[in-house]
Design a protein around this ligand. Structure first.
Ligand code: F6R
Length: 623
């Protein structure tokens, strides 16, 4: 029976390999390289005689251990064994094979020593998650941590990593330690707030470690009143909110983003809306680009469904149920509202686990999930399979795509890298294509073309470089700033109102609500009075458009009148478009832009949704 050696190997200078490691590598029968780690630059002849396999090849590795020794190479740029390497170690231990570490150089430990920061107790986060929301949730969780933080990064991801650290942790001491062919050295020491732009990765760097001072004592942090006064004074000297944030972060102990937000609040002035950089700056992950890509998404989705042929079982369906959550459900609401006047069968959106009792073998169940891994949607999809419903999946992959493959059900798979809500063009228009293939709606081609040209012409006016005088989205964002939005819509604009609310939550990071007319007039209209002062913080937007039923149009005007009589801030927001489809698309586009501008006013990056990511993680841990 062989031994599994875990051998620490250098990424840089080959002569940093220890004698023991060298001997082990020469003697083993098999070398195992860790995922994502290229074979290290070892001294000629050393260990290279043995064949090598990736760590994921567990079966081959365990078989090799039956007859000889195996060495797993642990690259010094790692905080520890990767998830796959830990899996292998566990499998070896469970198989009764001895596991012996052969320590070698370690970038994290060297970095701690070179940093000069307290190193007796520290937290190593490894590499930051690639997903923005997971990254933000992780950094938020350690922002108050007093111990030294250690983060590993590749040279290519360094600028991005520094920018998010500055945003999330505020100004603190920082040491950047790198490993190159020359060995390990500290290349920069200063403050996190100054590092961006000053630390530029060199081509010969192989890996970086960032050592960051822990959070300061709370007593070091300025009182909010003092910060406010200082912010006011500096704005008075003509500095921009961004510059004030940069200057005060180190002095006050407040994160730069918080100061920026405060500066915007103190000025109460939206001049920054005219400043394109002010909008672009917090939009680190490019949400505005996805909003601009809406027409492209719609075209792609329409093309994807052009030749869709549904099996006879599907075509016999007399009800349609769309199972989805959040950004993957709203397309269902929009599609149902667009075809409400013409579709000969009910189309319902189901946002829950399981299925309602009425869903039978004549109900087409469409599982709609961007990720394909949303548990509620999967639960409904699985229940529908058990019940013998005809099924169809719309997704980019995940378990939903795997189930569709296993069960041989039609799969509309699209490839667009974004947050789910930013792929709304795909998730909405593909459903219209499915309804067309089902024979449930007529030819929507002309309406779609109207919508697409509207998106393009009006979109140019709403884009970040279009001035505020002409830019309806920026004007609406100004009106909403500092207030809780309540968006009211009727008929096809009801799901649009819901979309606005969700985008104000997820992109704008703020409270928001929506109401649907005529229902609102039978309840919400009475709830204007308490608690005292609540209504002063609201801004109610009434979405209006051509083609509304006359009684609903009258309701909209009268409802608004009653709210205004109570002193509540109200705005009518006309949504262009002759057809319902064009109106739905234009309404989504306008609201999406407004949500990004609102995020910019609050100094928030529209993309990450830290709390949703945290909740999803905790739900999966609680399983
Ligand atoms: C995130 C978003 C969320 C998701 C929801 C379901 O951008 O919009 O509302 O859409 O959590 O996830 P998916 O869409 O992957 O099924």
């Amino acid at each position: 029976m062989g031994t599994l050696y875990i051998v620490g190997v250098p990424a840089g200078r080959a002569d940093e390999l220890t004698f023991r490691a060298q001997r082990t590598l020469e003697e083993v029968a098999l070398l195992v390289t860790d995922e994502g780690t290229p074979a290290p630059d070892l001294p000629v002849g050393c260990g290279l005689a043995a064949p090598s396999v990736p760590v994921t090849d567990t079966e081959a590795i365990l078989a090799a251990l039956e007859t000889g020794d195996v060495a797993l190479l642990l690259d010094e740029r790692r905080a520890g064994p990767s998830v796959s390497a830990s899996g292998l170690i566990r499998a070896a231990l469970e198989g009764g094979f001895p596991v012996v570490p052969v320590p070698g150089p370690s970038l994290p430990v060297t970095a701690l020593i070179l940093s000069g920061l307290p190193a007796d107790s520290f937290i190593c986060l490894g590499s930051l998650p690639a997903q923005p929301d997971e990254r933000q949730a992780l950094l938020a969780a350690v922002a108050g941590e007093r111990r030294t933080l250690l983060i590993l990064a590749s040279p290519a991801s360094l600028p991005d990593t520094l920018a998010c650290l500055d945003d999330a942790l505020g100004d603190r001491p920082l040491a950047v330690v790198v490993v190159s062919g020359e060995g390990t050295e500290m290349v920069w020491r200063g403050r996190l707030g100054e590092a961006a732009g000053q630390v530029v990765a060199r081509a010969d760097w192989l890996g970086c470690a960032l050592v960051i001072g822990g959070a300061r004592q709370p007593t070091d942090r300025w009182e909010e009143a003092r910060l406010r006064a200082e912010v006011r004074a500096r704005l008075g000297q003509g500095l921009s909110a961004r510059e004030v944030g940069r200057q005060l972060s180190a002095l006050s102990g407040w994160p730069r983003r918080e100061i920026y937000r405060l500066a915007m609040e103190v000025t109460g002035n939206m001049d920054n809306l005219d400043d394109v950089t002010a909008q672009r700056e917090p939009d680190r992950e490019g949400m505005l680009n996805h909003v601009a890509a809406l027409p492209h998404q719609c075209r792609q989705a329409w093309a994807l469904t052009r030749d869709l042929k549904l099996p006879p079982h599907h075509r016999r369906a007399n009800k349609v149920l769309i199972a989805g959550m959040g950004g993957s459900a709203i397309g269902g609401d929009l599609a149902a509202a667009v075809v409400a006047d013409s579709a000969p069968l009910p189309i319902l959106v189901h946002r829950d686990y399981g299925l309602p009792a009425w869903a039978d073998e004549h109900t087409l169940v469409i599982g709609s999930s961007y990720s394909g891994d949303t548990e509620e949607t999967l639960s409904a999809f699985e229940a529908a399979h058990e019940r013998g419903c005809p099924l169809l999946a719309v997704t980019t992959g995940g378990r939903l795509a795997r189930l569709a493959g296993e069960w041989g059900v039609p799969l509309l798979s699209f490839h667009y890298r974004s947050m789910p809500r930013a792929a709304v063009g795909y998730l909405f228009v593909s459903l219209l294509g499915i309804l067309r293939a089902l024979g449930a709606v007529g030819d929507l081609e002309a309406d779609l073309q109207e919508g697409l040209s509207l998106l393009e012409s009006w979109g140019a006016e709403l884009a970040p470089d279009s001035p505020v005088e002409r830019n309806r989205a920026r004007q609406v964002a100004q009106a909403l700033y500092g207030r809780v939005p309540v968006v009211v819509g009727a008929e096809v604009l009801a799901p649009v109102a819901r979309r606005w609310k969700c985008q104000f939550n997820e992109n704008g990071k703020g409270w928001a609500y929506f109401e649907v007319l005529p229902e609102m007039d039978h309840n919400a209209l009475s709830g204007l009075h308490f608690p005292a002062g609540a209504a002063d913080r609201l801004c109610v937007l009434f979405l209006t458009g051509q083609g509304l039923q006359p009684r609903n149009r009258l309701r909209l005007d009268l409802t608004r009148q009653i709210l205004e009589e109570q002193g509540i801030a109200c705005h009518a927001v006309p949504v262009p478009g002759r057809s319902k489809l064009a109106q739905a698309l234009a309404g989504v586009q306008l609201g999406d832009y407004v949500s990004c501008y609102l995020a910019a006013l609050y100094g928030a990056d529209p993309t990450p949704i830290a709390e949703i990511a945290t909740l999803k993680r905790r739900m999966s841990e609680g399983r």
